[in-house]
Design a protein around this ligand. Structure first.
Ligand SMILES: [Zn+2]
Length: 72
């Protein structure tokens, strides 16, 4: 469902909920169960990269870039 998609996009806001959500690799669908209600296969903790290190450093990279721009 499209609803699930937007849910992922807003994962920052629903971080606490995401922690309890499991992901079925077979159906590519999120569920709250440890077993997928659809295919009964074991679901996995999606552990979404909350904040990827790249993003974190990207912030500093951008800051450094700004400083350099200001310097020149
Ligand atoms: Zn499934």
């Amino acid at each position: 469902m499209a609803e699930k998609q937007s849910f992922i996009d807003r994962s920052e806001k629903v971080e606490s909920i995401v922690a309890h959500i499991m992901f079925c690799l077979q159906c590519r669908q999120y569920t709250l169960k440890e077993k997928c209600p659809r295919c009964m296969s074991v679901t996995h903790d999606p552990k979404p990269a909350k904040y990827s290190p790249e993003d974190r450093y990207g912030k500093y990279r951008r800051m450094a870039k700004m400083e350099k721009i200001n310097e020149s």
